[in-house]
Design a protein around this ligand. Structure first.
Ligand SMILES: [Mg+2]
Length: 263
């Protein structure tokens, strides 16, 4: 490790960008010590933002869920891929979209014109059982006819309270392979997503630390933006992910409960 890296690592950050699923809660329950860790960080006057690739819910619904679990967090601190996607679609003038998302999320996108026959974009998020053959084949045809593919996120699976479950990235990958297209990703590890959060905080990459349980989204995103990162060994974490990792976390902690003591 170089001196500059050591100096940077020792510098207390101004903000933490914290993942939700697998880092603060897992399988519908708070991770041990996570509620207290958030309270401690707040007490130390760090700015907090909560970044999640969960796209089945709007930020408002996520906020209610986190409050119900006992977390002291605010709605305007939550950034999910759904919000990032809305900002992106707003920036494309008069884009018409075919949505493969849950009803609540579709309502959240109500200002964006829908076109189910010749859209500019096919937008794919959490669609659960909506991902049947007909829906996927329809999307495939729209892509072959020239629509571009937007993915709210590209996670392949997640752990629901009922067990492991395919995530929207599995269906995005299927559509990419069949149509020969590459999706634009809205959530982590997309740089656009992290830049949106940094600009909201009015901070630069050296001022923040990303905290998460997923190397492919949290840590890859942090590395590509030259932000420091903490990988927690909860949620999705598996020890073999640290052998030849796709990105290297600055720190590895047993859980977020150890984070307040890191600085
Ligand atoms: Mg996670």
């Amino acid at each position: 490790m170089t001196n500059t890296t050591q100096q940077l690592n020792a510098t207390p950050p101004k903000a933490f960008l914290i993942d939700l699923d697998g880092t603060l809660y897992f399988k519908g329950k708070p991770c041990p010590g996570a509620i207290e860790a958030v309270n401690d960080l707040r007490q130390e006057k760090y700015q907090l933002r909560f970044l999640t690739n969960t796209t089945a819910k709007t930020p408002k619904m996520l906020h209610a869920q986190m409050r119900d679990l006992g977390f002291n967090i605010y709605e305007d601190e939550i950034f999910n891929a759904t919000y990032a996607c809305l900002l992106h679609l707003r920036a494309q003038s008069e884009a018409r979209c075919h949505f493969m998302v849950d009803d609540a999320v579709k309502a959240y996108f109500k200002e964006i014109p829908v076109d189910d026959h010749a859209p500019d974009f096919v937008v794919v998020g959490d669609y659960g059982e909506g991902f049947d053959f007909h829906a996927l084949n329809h999307a495939f045809r729209l892509l072959m006819d020239g629509a571009e593919l937007i993915a709210l996120q590209k996670g392949l699976y997640w752990f629901s309270p009922e067990g492991i479950r395919l995530d929207c990235g599995a269906f995005v990958t299927l559509l990419e392979a069949a149509a020969g297209k590459t999706a634009t990703i809205m959530g982590k590890p997309s740089e656009t997503f992290f830049k949106t959060v940094l600009s909201n905080l009015q901070l630069t990459p050296k001022d923040v630390v990303v905290v998460g349980d997923d190397i492919t989204t949290d840590i890859v995103g942090a590395e590509s933006m030259k932000m420091r990162s903490v990988l927690v060994k909860t949620g999705k974490f598996k020890p073999d992910q640290l052998e030849n990792p796709v990105a290297k976390p600055t720190w590895v902690l047993e859980s977020i409960s150890e984070l307040p003591r890191l600085f």
